[in-house]
Design a protein around this ligand. Structure first.
Ligand code: HEC
Length: 160
């Protein structure tokens, strides 16, 4: 299976089926939900400083973001509604940003995926990461935000 397939499966929530329940390692269930005091305006500034270089200053992602690079990594996907950020609950978005792609997937039992997404746990506080995610969400229409909220709720129920 190619890295892309594994990632899409994991990000699609099919990780248990993909790798078998035995190797599934859940993150702390329900611990990661957007705090109410997140500040999207601070998040916009932090996004420009830390994320825009890869994910685009208009959240548009890199060109041809679905096509694997020669080194086996994927280009950075958009965070606007054309991407798949809104398909994921808060917990996944937060861990992916804090730990980076490789570690976030390893925590979900997936190894061998070469991620181009660095971890920001050493450079950004949890609050700053939530501010950035609040900014990203603030650019989505209500319908998309509501869908992502449902995803967060089901993520909590599954403990992932
Ligand atoms: C060096 C380039 C780079 C930077 C800087 C970067 N990312 Fe990423 N990001 C990626 C790549 C590449 C992916 C695609 C998945 C992978 O390779 O793991 C990704 C994937 C993601 C994902 C999961 C996919 C999705 O959209 O659902 C999230 C969430 C994310 N990045 C958030 C951020 C945030 C927030 C920042 C800034 C704090 C940031 N990224 C900075 C390269 C980057």
């Amino acid at each position: 299976m190619k890295g892309t397939d594994i990632l899409l499966m994991v990000l699609g929530g099919g990780v248990v089926a993909a790798i078998g329940a035995a190797t599934y390692v859940a993150l702390a269930p329900g611990s990661q939900v957007q705090p109410a005091n997140s500040d999207p305006r601070a998040g916009a500034r932090l996004y420009a400083e830390n994320c825009a270089s890869c994910h685009g200053d208009q959240l548009q992602g890199e060109p041809d973001w679905q096509i694997e690079n020669e080194d086996g990594t994927l280009p950075a996907p958009p965070h606007d509604t054309t991407g798949h950020t809104w398909h994921h609950g808060d917990g996944l978005l937060f861990t992916y940003t804090k730990l980076g792609g490789q570690a976030a997937l390893a925590a979900r039992g997936v190894s061998g995926f070469k991620s181009g997404m660095p971890g920001f746990g050493d450079t950004l506080s949890d609050q700053e990461i939530w501010d950035i995610l609040a900014f990203i969400k603030s650019t989505w229409p209500d319908r998309v935000r509501a869908t992502q909220q449902i995803r967060t709720e089901s993520e909590q129920q599954q403990g992932s």
